[in-house]
Each structure stands twice: as structure tokens, then as C-alpha cells.
Design a protein around this ligand. Sequence first.
Ligand code: 475
Length: 821
Amino acid sequence: MTPAPCDLGNSKDSLKNSIINHLRFTLGAYVESASKNDWWVATCLAIRDRVMDHATKSRTLHRQSGVRRVHYLSLEYLMGRLLENNLRNSGLYESTKAALGEMGKDLDALLDCEPDMGLGNGGLGRLAACFMDSLSTVNLPAIGYGIHYEFGLFRQEFVNGKQVEHPDAWMRDGSPWKIARPSYRQTVQLYGRVVQKFDDCGHPRSEWVETKALLGLPWDIPIVGYDSHTVNVLRLWQAQADEDFNFQVFNEGSYVEALRDKAIAETVSKVLYPNDSTESGKELRLVQQYFFVACSLADIVRRFKVGYTLPWSEFPSKAAIQLNDTHPAVAIPELMRILVDLEGLPWNEAWKICQETFAYTNHTLLPEALEMWSVSLFERVLPRHLQIIYQINQLFLEGDVEAKWPGDSEKKRSLSLIEERGGKYVRMANLSVLGSHATNGVAALHTRLLCERLFADFYALYPDRFLNLTNGITFRRWLDVCNPQLSALITETIGESWKKNADLLRNLDPHADDPAFRARYAKIKRDHKVVLAKIIEDECGVTVSPDALFDVQIKRLHEYKRQHLNLLNIVTLYREILDNPNADFHPRVFIFGAKAAPGYFLAKNIIHAINAVAAKVNNDPRVGDKLKVVFLPNYRVSLAEKIIPASDLSEQISTAGKEASGTGNMKLALNGSLTIGTLDGANVEIEEEVGSENIFIFGLTVEEVTELRAKGYNPWDYYWANEKLRNTIDWISSDYFTGNAEEFQPLRRSLLDHGDPYLCLADYQSYVDAQAKVDATYKDQDKWVKMAILNTARVGKFSSDRTILQYAEKVWNLPQVPIGE
Ligand code: 475
């Protein structure tokens, strides 16, 4: 007899029961005495029970129907908190809130117990998280693969205005969302050497021998879509020592040495590399990449073999694999190794399968972020993969390249998978383009630059492989969850279909002219500003007025993003207020959130400079409330969710041609924060959507940047020509802000002696002028609110559902598979 299923209903009473049961039987706690954290865990588990059923159903249906699945390979997933998102997406928010309320608990207070799952650095990792949400929402069969880092991105603190990093032990107490899957453990080889053997038919076969072994234990995190029953999983691999590996040493009595090796094995998934946009070239990073790629591919191949007895040529019809930047690109030679060495396929057949299976997304044009592995390191860690890469390269250069450009050694040099100048390096970007059927950029401008610049020769050779897929964000987390008040107002005004079809937000357009609607919209913004003001007070000890203009720059700290250009404007304003105390300037709060890579010296100098200026400005009685500057520490997803709805102005001020897309720009515009920005990345498309009258564009264009550099850019020319600019820079680099004139010399030298690589001085005046226009516009509140509403109404294009459906159609050829109740 089948036992009666437990009650997994969605009613308040069912949920109440589940929560109490988890408190009692999973956590061993009494309702009366359970801690706040116990309540949070029990609530998560009650929701997880309901979600898991759909996960099993989704997986079973996907397997039985034999549809193609996409496997998203990413070293980073910046998930943030999961409970509220899961509640809102599954429609259980209200009933859970009521259930807890009856037991005297406040759901919203419990939400704050959840540590952020910060397994990513910035844009690339957050994009992967938004994509997972959209994949489930639009019913696409998908699995995300990544690393189960024990420590996510570091926690940031300021000590005397300087960044200090602390480890992020996000799962010290475990996580109620993840489920171990020990039966799907994989073994991975590393190091060793390659020998030539002959199979039974006398064919040569390469064998990778004398390797070290590592185990990968998968942890699954269910991904709940909005108003859909599809629950895909994010599968994260944890590295473990192979127990047998050091048995010999163990038996010889070297107990401690054996355990030391175990500890070394476990370092592989210990910590996320904290670099955003620079490559480390470190052995452990390469081992991390290969470890998770090998586990994931073995898992995909296992599923292919279990499901069907199909010929290998059918593999691509079952599995699409998306490479999130080049970080997982070693998957290309790994699949070749599986097919050629292990499965015995002829090289050409294997290569065709590879190209049909893989697709590659590029996220950056910055030369320092392009991955290159030294050949000697690569050879030591992955000797067989290096041989395969050489073979791919030789066939490519002697084949397609020679056919198109006979005898042209310059073309061969530029297209080669191996960089030969200044030591030998494997170029992972070239490998990714060559091993895939599709390469995409993440915004229209970025894709154009990929085709014209970074991959110009590849584009000439294979024009059909390149396409643009402009990034998007999930409107659930970035509106419904973080701004439920605005979400409710929108739903009340235009119905709720916008949540699944973001283009319908355009129906808000006419309401921008309705004073009553404007008043409600403005009140929601102000209420969020009151909440943020409290956070600022608590975190920074600075009192700010919610009636000031909240000017926000939140993103990783990088010179190309130009937080220091923002600082130049702030210091200029500070001077102006002192010089002209009666000027009609609307009070402003400049709000920053940013982590700097721990080894990025200049980025840390910029953080210190902003904090030092903040300390002066905020305590200068001559300034009063006119100007405040705050740098919120430890910027992360959950903090972004509080800043974004409260923002009036969104700083998107990168040097044109440097920001591939940006996604914070989309989140802020959606929440009615007007953009001040350059024509870079997706800003270009945001302007197209919202209209040039609803955005503040300034600065050089990509073409003008190129022209200026060709002509020879000299920041000193701007310094001498502009007195305000000169005074500003001199003031920052004086002893005024810290008492020590040496402190910000690195910043000054970068702007002047080192040539101002990101053209802050060239864009300074244009930026200051645009900021003056912002000030003037803000004084006309009706106009400003109208513009804000039109931003919310017109950014539907930037829903990640749209992006994901384009990937499904143009790259993966995936069907949507709805899952029943
Ligand atoms: C772009 N991260 C944004 C976003 O497409 C874009 C690089 C090396 C090592 C580790 N992480 C990285 C990135 O390259 C990255 O985050 N790129 C960002 O991808 C999504 O919106 O413009 O800078």
C-alpha cells in the first residue's frame, strides 16, 4: 500500500503544520523556545518540501520526453538570498506570512536571517543567477553547473576609510536550500603524463596515466520559476579527497601526511577568486576550472548514456552547453578527450560534436581579463588537454585559415590558440570561439566591438557564428521582491500580466501624465528612501534627508567604471558650495557601494579617497545638508535590493567601449532611477528604449575615444585648460582630506603622470555639465517623476526572460516544456 502523501498543501494551515513539524522533527526545537534562526530554517524547509516535488517532476518529465537540455557552465553564481524570491515566485508569500503571523512571528524579520549566497564577483555571476530564474520561469529544461565554494566573495569592512577583507563563511551553519547527491559523485584526474597505447584493432590511443584523483560531490539547489511548475536545479561541486588515493601512505603509518593530502584536495572548492575583470594565472584557479568542468561533463555524459542508446552523433541533440565566459572553456578539450580517448570516436566526428554542443558568451573586452594560461602550467596540470589543443590548432591553421588567407603568417599568429610572444600561452578566448557554433556579446555595442576588434579575424572567417544577445535581469527579484509596493501599484494599474510579459509595462506610459498616479509613484520612492536613510544612519553613522536627491553608484570598483570621475564631481561641488553658499543647489546624497579586488591597489586608493572626502564633507558645518557622501560597506545582492528602489539617479559612467553591458543600469532604470551615463554597453539601448529626453547622456563616444587616442591623449592638456578641474585634483591630492598629502598621490599619478587610461579628464566637463542638468531637472519634481515613470514603463526589453528565450531560439534550439501541477 502506498503511504498517504504528507500534506504539502499551499494553505496557511498546511504551511503552519510543516513549519512546526520541521521545528520539532528536523531541528529538535519547541515552538515556544525556538530561536529566530530556527524559525527561518524551518520556514525554508517547509518551502523546500513543496519545491522539491516539482523539481523531481520536472527532471522526470525532461528525462522521459528526451528533450534537449541546456547546461549552463559558470564559475560564478551570485544568488543572494533565496527565501523571499522562492516565496514570491511560488505564490506562497502571503500564506506563509499569515501562517507565521498566527504563531507570533514576522516573516519579514526572518528574511534577514539568511546569509547571501555570494558565489560570484559581480555582473557575470549575477547574470548567471538571473538566467537560472528565467530558465525555470519560461519552462526551459536546464541545469546550472558551478562550484560549491565554502567561502564566497569576501566580506568588506572599512577601517579608517580603507577596505579590509574578511572571509565569507556563508554556509558555516549549513544551508537549508542545498541537497547532497552522493550517488552522483564524480572522480576527476589531474597532473600525470600521457602515453601512447594501441587498442584491440591496432589504433593508437592516448592514455592519461599516473594522475592524481579528486572527488566531486554534487549539491543541488532548486530554482523556482515565477508562476511555473518548472523547478530546475543548480548543481554545485564540492571537492573531496579520493579516500583510496593515499591508502599506501596511510597504511605505512603516515596518518598525518595522508590527512594533509586530504586537506589539500579540499582546497580546490574552498574559495572564490575575488578578481573581477583580471585573470590570476594561478594553478589553483586552473584546477578549479578543470575540476568543475570535468565533473559536469561526466554528469552530462552519464545522463546521455542512461537515458538512451543513441549514437554519439546524437549527443548535441540532447545537450547544449553554454560557456559563461572562457572560465569553463577547458570543457572543449575535455569533451574531445572523452570522445576520442575514452569513447574511441574519430577526431573529425568528435570535433563536429563539440562545435555543435558548445556556445560561448563573451563578457569583457578588457585585455587584462582575457584568459591566457602559460603553456608550461597547462602542460603540468592537464598534459593531455594541451596535446588536444595543439592538435585542434594545427588542423585549424592548416585548414580554414590557410584556405582563406594562403601563406599569411600574420593571420595565423592572430588566430592561433597559442600566443607566442613573450612566452607561450593558451588563449582561452580563441579556443572558445573555435570550439563553439555560436559566440555572443552581451549588448549591441559590445557585440559590434567583438566583431570589429577583439575577434575581427574570426569574424571574417566565420561571420555566421557571431550574434548579439543583450543582457537582461529578472524582474521578479529586481522589482517584485525588492520593490513590492511599486510592483503592486503597477499590477493595480495595468494588471499582472507584465510579470510574465515585461513589454506590457509600456501600458504605464499614459499614467505618467496622471498627477494621482505620479503622487503614488513618488510616495513609494520616498518611502524607500526613508528606509535607506535608516540603513545609512546605522551603517555609516551619517544622517541624510530623504528629500535630498539620492545619487547612486553601485558596482565593482574599477578604474574603467570611473568611481573617481564621480569623486571629481563631488569635490568640485564641495568647492562650489564653499565658494558660493547661497547657490540654488538641491541637496544631494552620493551613495557608493563597491568591493575592490584585494590586490587592486589603485581601486583601494579610490575607496579610501571617497571615504576621506565623505568624512570631511559630512562633518563640514558650512555644507550642512546640501551634500552628503556615504560609502556603504560590504555591497552585495541583499544590500542592492535595498538601495535600488531608493535611488533617484543611476551612475553608469564607464569610459565608452569598456563596459560590455552592465546590468545594474537596467535594475535602477526599472525602479525609476534616471541614468546619468556614457554611450557604453547597454546604456545605448536604454537610451533607445526610454527616449533621449528621459536620460542624461554625456561624454565621448567609442569613436571619439578611438580618435582621441589616435591623436595622442594628454591629460595635462585638460588639467591646464580647466581651472576647476585643476583645483579639484590639486585639492584631493593635498593634505586637506587626511592630513597627509601622500595618501592620494597614487590616484593623482594615475590621472596625470600615467596618462589617465580611462579618460576621466577628457570627460570631466561634460560630466559636470550633465550633473548640473540633473540638478535643474530634479527641482521640477513633476517632470522628474514623469521621467522616472517612463523609465519603469519602457525598460521591458531588459527582462532576462527575453534574453533567455533568444538564447533558446537562436543558440540552443530548445523547446519550452511546461510542467503540469
Ligand atoms: C561585464 N567578470 C558587465 C556582465 O554580462 C556585464 C572576469 C574575470 C574573472 C572573474 N570575473 C570576471 C567579468 O568579466 C564580468 O563580470 N563581466 C561583466 O559581465 C554580464 O554586464 O558589463 O563587465
